[in-house]
Design a protein around this ligand. Structure first.
Ligand SMILES: [Zn+2]
Length: 114
């Protein structure tokens, strides 16, 4: 249950921030790399379950999956890699290495106004 752990972690971070702001959170944006196997629906479901009866109840989660980046060893360009066409967009070479997948990040939290 990977998503359950992620959801727990998110809830803790959001609750902490909400306590600091003294406001009710209504939505949060998170991002993670494509290789970071998060199932959106499973995460939303897990979050909803543990957020029940907390101030994070009925929050919306926006989940963005970032593309994987590669670094071209020919021309030093960093680019978003397409696995359907794995080549450097600048020099067309295939002498590149994959950069580490983006970690899971809590990007922003939206709070209820007033
Ligand atoms: Zn290149």
């Amino acid at each position: 249950m990977h998503e359950a752990m992620v959801a727990q972690n998110l809830l803790e971070k959001i609750s902490e921030e909400a306590a600091k702001q003294n406001a009710k959170p209504i939505s949060a944006k998170i991002s993670c790399g494509k290789l970071y196997a998060i199932n959106d629906e499973a995460l939303r479901f897990a979050f909803k379950a543990i957020a029940q009866d907390t101030m994070c109840e009925s929050m919306k989660l926006k989940i963005e999956h970032k593309t994987i980046q590669a670094h071209c060893k020919n021309c030093d360009l960093d680019f978003d890699i397409e696995f359907s066409q794995p080549a450097c967009p600048n020099c067309g070479g295939d002498n590149f290495e994959l950069l580490p997948d983006a970690p899971l990040m809590l990007e922003e939290i939206e709070f209820q106004e007033g």
